[in-house]
Structure formats: C-alpha cells, structure tokens
Design a binder for this molecule. Sequence first.
Ligand SMILES: C[S@@+](CC[C@H](N)C(=O)[O-])C[C@H]1O[C@@H](n2cnc3c(N)ncnc32)[C@H](O)[C@@H]1O
Length: 235
Amino acid sequence: MIDYYSPTAEFYDLVGVQHWSQSDPLLAAALAGTDTGSGPVLDLGAGTGRATAVIGRVLPDARILAVEPSPGMRAALTSRVVRDEDLRRRVTVVAASAQEMELPDRLSGAVICGVLGYLDRSERAELWGRLLDRLPAGAPILVELMAVSAPQSVAPMRIARQTLGEQDYEAWLSGEPCGPDRMRWAATWRVLRGSRVVREVDVTHEWYTFGIEDLAAETGLTAKRITPELGVLVR
Ligand SMILES: C[S@@+](CC[C@H](N)C(=O)[O-])C[C@H]1O[C@@H](n2cnc3c(N)ncnc32)[C@H](O)[C@@H]1O
C-alpha cells in the first residue's frame, strides 16, 4: 500500500473543514439511530478523525474502531481522540490498511469515507466478505467516493482555500484516466504569503472509479445515494 497521505497530512484538516461543514451533517443523519449493541462501528481509513468525531457525536454509546495506515494521518487522529475525554474512552486506533486489519467478530456499522477507490476489485471483494459476515441486517455501511464514477479528464480546479495566521493555503486537483476503471489524480497544496507561493507540495493518487450503484452490485446490498459522493449500503 502506498502512503499517499503522510506528505500532505498537515494540510488535510485545513482545507477539509469547508467540505465537511456540508457533509458531516449528512453523515450524522445517515448514521443516526444505528443499533450499536453488536460491536464497534468501524471507521476505515479514518484519516485525521473527522468521521470518527461525527460517529462519536451521533452515536454516544458506540465503541469505534478507527483503522488508519498512514503515520501522518494517524498522528492527527490520535491527537484529536486524546484531547476529547469521551472519544478517548470509546475510540481504538489501529495502524493497518483495509487489506491487513484484524476485525472483531461483530460490528454495528461501518464508515468508509474516501478510501474504497484505493482498493482494486478483488481487494474490495475480500473486504466485503469480511465486513458482511460481521454486520447484522440493517447495519449501515456509509461510503464516500469521489464524484467522478468513470475515468475522465478533469481540468485543474481549486478545491479549497483557507487562511491561517499570515498565510493562505490552497488545494488544487486535476485528473486523467490511467486505465479502463482508474484515474490518476494530481493534487497540489500551496502555501502563500500574499501572492507569493512560499511552499508547494505535489502528490499523485491513483483511484479506481465507480459509484455507489456499482458497490450495490458488488455486495448485493441496497444502495441509497445521499449526494454524488456519499451513499449508504444496507442489507
Ligand atoms: C481521503 S482520506 C479520508 C480520511 C477520512 N476517512 C475522512 O473522511 O476525512 C483517505 C484515507 O484513507 C487511507 N487509506 C488509503 N489507502 C488505504 C487502505 N488500503 N486501507 C485503509 N485506509 C487507506 C489514507 O491513509 C487516508 O487517511
């Protein structure tokens, strides 16, 4: 597994907050009422813990298993959890990828935001096999994908901007097909003082393209699309 995220982990929450102010309430609404009696809720590829915090808020009795392979992202995740008395009691942070994580016998639900496109079809099939065995009927699997569900060219666009002290931070994204079901995304993170770029970090990600309906076909579950990126799968 390639760690795409450690080199830019410092920027993740800075630019994420704009997006999350819209998606967190949708995530919370989709999770509300989940029966948490079966086992922990899995937050797979938990990143810096933004969904972990949403799960914790909306499901106050849930134990949470936050699995995150990237050391940079995990540092931010641990930092978020340890400073919150309630999360500290309920969240277990595990350093592993989807392919290698160990799971408890039962789960109450799963949240998989921004992760599944890093897994090829056979890795996803293996993941579904392990998850579906552990989830009771009616348990939600919340999935966030990229809005593009088939390979296409995407011209460079600024996806976020944030100010911290005397500096502005920008995130730019462009994409090109790199296979019949895959895209190569180029992300650039810029730090500016006024109009002067003082730092720039470039990363390239490869992501399998599919939509929530494709995941329904893969899993045999029922899919409900919430936004072009966010959906929920339920048996
Ligand atoms: C776009 S971020 C999403 C983070 C978080 N879920 C959120 O919604 O803010 C993708 C995360 O998936 C993790 N990731 C990448 N490949 C993974 C894999 N094979 N298994 C588990 N996590 C993975 C990355 O390290 C990164 O933290």
